[in-house]
Write a protein that binds this ligand. Structure first.
Ligand code: CMC
Length: 437
């Protein structure tokens, strides 16, 4: 609506200010004019953890957390998961529209063209300890790709940018698979470009001596759906890191590695691994009430529950449950599912969770499916990072091409000492303690 404004009265000075409201928001910089006196710096917003601060304008992903809605470029996640492939959705996120048949053909072709890792990257992987965490290897190897592609520093060149974005999307499954095989001591499997994105990934993970690896189509489709669900989630912790690091004009490999590092934490993408550990610790359905009591007593968190934005239900969790049924029809039911279902049932009825609007999030069920598919828990977060690379890159390019964006640089409220000076005694202390020895 035109001419929407907010009027603020500063009770310190009795002055009144009228700030424009655009798209329902005021600009924090408009607060700066509100000053006690001419020497005052002006009012800022104080918002630890960005609870109520928009850092950008974005046309990529829409979430209505109260209604449990998630849309990529306007399309409901449910429709995309049901009818599209991951590479179609990747194209949509990056370009704003679903591809035509020709565009899809070219896009799939260019992704296939870039799946190989440079042989030096293999040597790099060899240097990791045999029991290194796959996510740590993944983060480091993504960062190391910047050494292979120095042209990635040309971030203002649209063609160079797109080339390196495609390289990243094509190579993250290869890196992930190599990290996995390194931890098992198996030889690396080169990409097979006759296969789809998910099938090729499964081939690089699990092919042993057979000449051709054929993934079970139900499993391959389930993995593709999981990739779609994880592809983007607007300004979450890792997307914010991607934009923040990218705002210093770092190359996309360094920015993606930083975003992946943010994802690795247990409160973000690392939660899927933690859920499995938690279900192991609970052990059986009978122990669920005692565990819920521990959660309510503040001793532990219920991993895979709660979300900063969703206060109704995470729509991805609903699709994941449906996908789990398809996978379990092939693999047999993962016994952990019974514990998870009991946990969900008790938690959803309990006042503690109801009051705080805590619902299962995407990570609650994904680990159970991954485990049934044959993945070890320590690769779960890598499985999240592969598709999220697309979202990070879409966010990164949108940030770079947004004329309003600059290097990210939050303000602080300083709470330390006012100016003070060294005492005479401190001034006479030698600079180096070793000087006295
Ligand atoms: N178990 C028990 N209590 C919880 C949980 C949980 N999982 N999550 C939030 N709470 C409580 C929290 O203690 C607080 O209670 P109180 O008001 O009494 O202090 C209240 O709910 C509000 O929580 P918050 O910590 O202020 O919420 P937040 O928005 O800062 O945190 C979260 C969101 C996802 C980090 C948090 O819910 C959490 O730690 N969940 C478990 C980890 C997890 O599953 N993470 C994956 C998130 S979804 C996928 C992704 O982003 O990668």
């Amino acid at each position: 609506m035109a001419n929407e404004t907010l009027t603020i009265t500063d009770n310190r000075t009795r002055l009144t200010y009228t700030l424009p409201i655009t798209d329902g928001n005021i600009r924090s910089m408009d607060l700066r004019q509100i000053k006690k006196d001419a020497s005052d710096f002006g009012v800022m917003g104080y918002d630890p953890a960005f609870m109520n601060t928009a850092s950008c304008r974005s046309a990529i992903t829409f979430i209505d957390g109260d209604k449990g809605i998630l849309r990529y470029r306007g399309y409901p996640i449910e429709e995309l998961a049901e009818s599209c492939t991951f590479l179609q959705v990747a194209y949509l996120l990056l370009n704003g529209e679903l591809p035509t048949d020709n565009q899809l053909h070219d896009w799939e072709d260019s992704v296939r063209h870039h799946t190989m890792l440079h042989e030096t990257s293999k040597q790099f992987l060899e240097g990791f300890h045999h029991d290194a965490h796959p996510m740590s290897m993944f983060i480091s190897t993504v960062a190391a790709l910047a050494t292979v592609y120095p042209d990635s520093r040309n971030i203002h060149d649209a063609a160079a940018r797109r080339l390196n974005m495609t390289r990243l999307i094509a190579k993250v499954p290869t890196i992930a698979a190599y990290c996995y095989r390194h931890s098992l001591g198996y030889p690396y499997v080169y990409p097979d470009n006759e296969l789809s994105y998910a099938e090729n990934f499964m081939n690089m993970l699990w092919r042993m001596v057979e000449p051709k690896f054929r993934a079970n189509p139900v499993m391959a489709r389930a993995l593709d759906i999981l990739f779609i669900l994880h592809a983007d989630h607007e300004q979450n912790c890792s997307a914010n890191v991607m934009r923040s690091v990218g705002s210093s004009q770092a190359d996309p490999y360094s920015s993606t590695a930083a975003a992946a590092a943010a994802l690795s934490g247990p409160l973000h993408g690392g939660a899927n691994e933690e859920v499995l550990k938690m279900l192991d610790e609970i052990g059986s359905k009978d122990n669920v009430p005692a565990y819920v009591k521990k959660v309510k007593d503040g001793e532990v968190k219920l991993m895979g529950f709660g979300h900063r934005i969703y206060k109704n239900y995470d729509p991805r969790a609903r699709i994941i449950k449906w996908t789990a049924d398809q996978v379990f029809a092939v693999t047999g039911r993962n016994p952990k599912l019974d514990i998870a279902l009991e946990l969900e049932k008790i938690a959803l009825e309990d006042e503690y969770f109801v009051k705080r609007k805590l619902y299962p999030n995407v990570d609650f069920y994904s680990g159970i499916i991954y485990q049934a598919m044959g993945f070890k828990p320590d690769v779960f977060t890598v499985l999240f990072a592969i598709p999220r690379t697309v979202g990070w890159l879409a966010q990164w390019e949108e940030m770079l091409t947004d004329p309003e964006q600059k290097i990210a640089r939050p303000r602080q409220v300083y709470t330390g000492y006012a100016e003070r000076h060294l005492t005479t005694e401190q001034k006479s202390t030698p600079q180096s303690a070793t000087a006295n020895r």
